[in-house]
Design a protein around this ligand. Structure first.
Ligand code: ACM
Ligand code: ZN
Length: 525
């Protein structure tokens, strides 16, 4: 049922052999009047003219090795052989990542505004290479001037509902880099598993990282597989991922969920819940009443201690504290929560949630970091410095921007990449319908905002909740090709957005997906 146009247009793309097909579309692309090609072979040097551009050279070589089976020599001095020159052009663009590129008989020149820009120039170069394995790689003469539209270009991954090995997390980060995106939001804790080692609280992973079964099929399921399921990342592995991402100019934002989505944490440390338990790491999907008690000071001490271990692992200025889908049932019945409300003159449980988030924000701010929270953190009053991630549509983002808060847009109906891509989806998904064209049509700056308020829209992000993604292949099936559409939404000038043109370029992108060994079109369970 999926991507019928792929087959239909294979034949179309054959006639576009010499055309370049870059996603996201560059700001300015010119082909010279006299067409020509520079040919990259194993003898073509990468010339590091600027200092500190080794990441770009390494990424290029790793890609060439993986796809074409050879690497290029890296030198610091230009000889007589034309090569791939990596350098800086000071462009003074307000958002890091601008670059110039020129391909001529003299070779390839990439000049980045900064190292990030040079790296993005390399990503563009990769898209000019042939889409079949070869030992000589012709690239068309052209000039490009390019820069990103938004500063936050994110992709999220939920590793709680299903756990993904380090090797796939790295591959996922490569996908982000190949799309000139720069944030990886790592959803590390939830009801169905706690996935990050915390040395002070070993039970979080000893007990909290494992569930005793998982429902079979779509919620509510046809039974339970009764299989122990889980896993977690050690702090050493987390550092490895953060370092891997940094070499690709990607910032990793950790999410530690509070006060809801806390079943796994409470299973490990039941005294942190309103009732004291017992609790279980959940085996089905949805929203649960097992939330952190807002009236117990030990909860705040615990979360601060957890964050004291988490924050040093992540150089990002942002820490995501969740804040979504926190039912108030337990708080309503809890004497400690009632006392907290009375002592602080809080009029309802929404204000209690706001108290919780603000208290945590104060601590996180004191460590020099900024919190991000899902749009529920607006309810009961926004924490003073919080960034809002608007997911239940755009309204939360609009409201937050009007209150002069920064916003990252992640509305379900455009960028929830767990939603089905086709109307009659063969595989099991959470449902709904967000085809690639819908994602492509997304405009992150709501028209309700004036120019000043619009500046608070940092960008947008695709969210990948993995209830129905048990394997890396299924994740790939869900994110592609919508990730490519999203990359253009976030990078390219709004006035350049053109679905028909994108759809044509996508045909070449499908071939790249194949080269990468990505499962973008085979349906899976
Ligand atoms: C969310 O999808 N619950 C943020
Ligand atoms: Zn309580």
């Amino acid at each position: 049922m999926k991507r019928i146009w792929f087959i239909a247009s294979l034949f179309l793309s054959m006639s576009m052999y010499a055309q370049v097909n870059i996603i996201p579309q560059p700001v300015e692309l010119k082909m010279p009047e006299t067409a020509g090609q520079f040919v990259i072979t194993a003898k073509t040097p990468i010339i590091l003219e600027g200092a500190g551009l080794e990441n770009s050279a390494r990424f290029l070589n790793d890609y060439l090795k993986q796809i074409y089976g050879f690497t290029l020599p890296i030198t610091k001095k230009a000889g007589t052989t034309p090569g791939i020159r990596l350098n800086f052009d000071r462009l003074n663009h307000p958002i890091p990542g601008a670059y110039n590129m020129e391909i001529s008989a003299k070779g390839v020149y990439i000049g980045g505004d900064n190292a990030t820009g040079t790296f993005y120039g390399v990503q563009t170069l990769l898209q000019l290479l042939p889409t079949a394995k070869a030992s000589s790689l012709p690239v068309s003469y052209l000039t490009i001037k390019d820069h990103p539209r938004f500063q936050y270009r994110g992709l999220h991954l939920d590793v709680s509902r299903h756990f993904f090995p380090l090797s796939f997390v790295k591959k996922y980060i490569d996908y982000i880099a190949l799309h000139k995106m720069n944030y990886f939001h790592w959803h590390l804790t939830d009801d169905q598993g706690w996935r990050i080692e915390i040395k002070k609280y070993p039970n979080l992973t000893k007990a909290g990282a494992w569930r005793n079964g998982t429902i079979i099929g779509r919620y509510p399921g046809t039974g339970n597989d009764s299989l122990r399921y889980g896993g977690f990342y050690t702090q050493k592995e987390v550092k490895e991922i953060v370092d891997y991402a940094a070499k690709r100019y990607i910032t990793v934002v950790p999410e530690i969920e509070m006060p809801g989505h806390a079943s796994a944490a409470l299973t490990a440390y039941p005294h942190l819940g309103c009732t004291g338990g017992p609790y279980q790491v959940q085996q089905t999907w949805g929203v649960f009443n097992d939330v952190f008690c807002a009236g117990n000071d030990s909860v705040f001490t615990f979360l601060q201690n957890v964050l004291d271990e988490v924050m040093p692992l992540f150089p990002a200025k942002y820490v995501h504290i969740g804040g979504d889908e926190c039912p108030k049932d337990s708080w309503k019945k809890c004497p400690k929560c009632h006392k907290r409300m009375a002592d602080n003159k809080l009029k309802d449980e929404h204000e209690l949630q706001s108290y919780f988030v603000q208290r945590m924000e104060k601590y996180i701010n004191s460590k020099g970091k900024t919190i991000i929270g899902w749009d529920e953190i607006l309810e009961g009053g926004l924490a003073p410095n919080a960034v809002v991630m608007s997911w239940r549509g755009e309204q939360g983002g609009i409201e937050a921007a009007k209150q002069n808060h920064d916003v990252i847009m992640t509305p379900t109906n455009f960028v929830y990449l767990d939603y089905s891509q086709s109307k009659q989806e063969d595989s099991v998904t959470i449902g709904n319908y967000v085809p690639v064209k819908k994602t492509y049509s997304y405009e992150p700056v709501p028209k309700e905002l004036n120019a000043d308020q619009s500046k608070h829209i940092l960008g947008a992000q695709g969210n990948v909740w993995t209830e129905y993604m048990k394997t890396p292949k299924k994740v790939e099936y869900m994110i592609f090709p919508r990730l490519s559409a999203l990359s253009e939404v976030l990078w390219s000038p709004a006035e350049k957005r053109n679905w028909d043109d994108f759809e044509k370029r996508l045909q070449e992108q499908f071939k790249r997906y194949t080269l990468w060994g990505t499962n973008y079109n085979k349906k899976l369970e």
